[in-house]
Design a protein around this ligand. Structure first.
Ligand code: SF4
Length: 375
């Protein structure tokens, strides 16, 4: 039967120095040679900001260029923001560079970094994790860190069966992290725990056989490593059925429309149509959408093709129908660009001159393949 641990028992499990010693010995032998190891507060802070949402291998050359150009926080503070942004180019999330510059000026004005977690957290862009990293690594303060790697390691060590994104679980994890930090070598201990998460206690298939603290790991003992940490289930990706018209006039030309500039696929051209509403057949969807978007009437014919496409947050199945153009919806005497920027009648050969999204491009490829067969 799996044990449930209260917080006081959590602490008892790891009391004594056995766990800390094993971890620090492992770190002493396997410490990754990163350029910010053993660095001062400025460099620890710089590396932590650069590592947010960015891989170590990507960060290293930026870190080296940055510290060569601005070897001190005062040098960074005195630099023009445009130069800082230029040096940051390619690293992404540019607000980080702006905050970095702003905070460098604040730190330079106060004569250096505060040496406490509370003092560091007063600075813009420095949260509890970064403050703990700077305080422990640069100043030897007995302060905990809790990032994604440490969360995973602790959730496994204690076999925590609660959602780690919940506030109460976060509080428990911070409390555990705090209770574990040794008075000596707090910075090395924190870096060891983070490195253990990066290299050994990895998200998928943790390398328990190589783990220096395996004997202390509840999840390993219970065989639950792959189920920890517990995270909320992602909701199913929404899916939409979309009907599009290959609308032909008497000359066989196709009607295409340009999407509005703002929003998804803004400015691209498309075969007009739209999302199916509840209780609608796809031909009904198409007729309704074409009235709303272009004020036109069509006769919906055969299904020409079906394309499945995934966007970042949803998926679509695009059903493309052959359609015969019947004319503008009364009282209009021509199609109207109601829900698009403009429209055009084009031959199949002319389609390549226009920019389309990926799903429509597949329809065009199928049209061109059919045309090639017919020629
Ligand atoms: Fe992670 Fe396995 Fe080590 Fe436990 S024994 S801390 S699951 S690597």
């Amino acid at each position: 039967m799996r044990a449930t641990f209260t917080h006081s028992m959590d602490v008892m499990l790891f009391s004594g120095s056995d766990f800390t010693l094993k971890l620090l010995n492992w770190f002493d032998e396997h410490s990754a040679a990163l350029p910010w190891r053993g660095a001062d507060a400025y460099r620890v802070w710089l590396s932590e900001v650069m590592l947010q949402q960015t891989q170590i291998a990507t960060v290293i050359p930026y870190y080296e260029r940055f510290t060569a150009a601005y070897p001190t926080v005062e040098a960074l503070a005195a630099a023009p923001l445009d130069d800082v942004l230029k040096l940051w180019e390619g690293l992404g999330y540019y607000s980080r560079a702006r905050h970095l510059h702003h905070t460098a000026q604040a730190v330079a004005a106060m004569g250096g970094f505060p040496q406490t977690v509370e003092g560091l957290m007063q600075l813009k862009g420095i949260g509890r994790y970064t403050a703990g990293a700077i305080a422990s690594i640069a100043f030897g303060v007995r302060a905990p860190v809790l990032d994604g790697n440490v969360t995973r390691v602790l959730a496994r060590l204690y076999d925590i069966n609660d959602d780690v994104t919940q506030r109460s679980t976060q509080a428990r994890l911070w409390s555990l992290a705090e209770s574990l930090v040794p008075a000596e070598r707090a910075g090395d201990y924190n870096q060891a725990l983070m490195q253990l998460g990066q290299l050994v206690c990895v998200p998928v298939s943790p390398r328990c056989a190589e783990c220096p603290v395996q004997a202390h790991c509840r999840a390993h003992a219970n065989g639950t490593q792959s189920q920890r940490p517990v995270k909320p289930h992602k909701g199913a990706t929404p899916h939409y059925d979309v009907a599009a018209g290959l609308i032909r006039d008497a000359a066989g030309r196709l009607l295409i429309a340009q999407r509005k500039a703002d929003g998804l696929l803004g400015g691209l051209w498309e075969f007009p149509g739209g999302k199916q509403e509840p209780n609608e057949t796809l031909p009904q969807t198409l007729q309704r959408e074409l009235r709303e978007e272009l004020a036109i009437e069509v006769e919906v014919g055969e299904l020409f093709g079906v394309v499945r496409h995934a966007f970042t947050h949803f998926k679509i199945t695009l059903h493309a129908f052959e359609c015969r153009y019947l004319g503008p919806t009364p009282p209009y005497d021509a199609p109207q660009a109601i829900d698009c920027q403009q429209w055009a009648w084009v031959t199949e050969a002319e389609l390549d001159r226009y920019a389309f999204g990926k799903a429509d491009r597949q329809i065009i490829a199928a049209l061109q393949a059919r045309r090639g067969m017919l020629l």
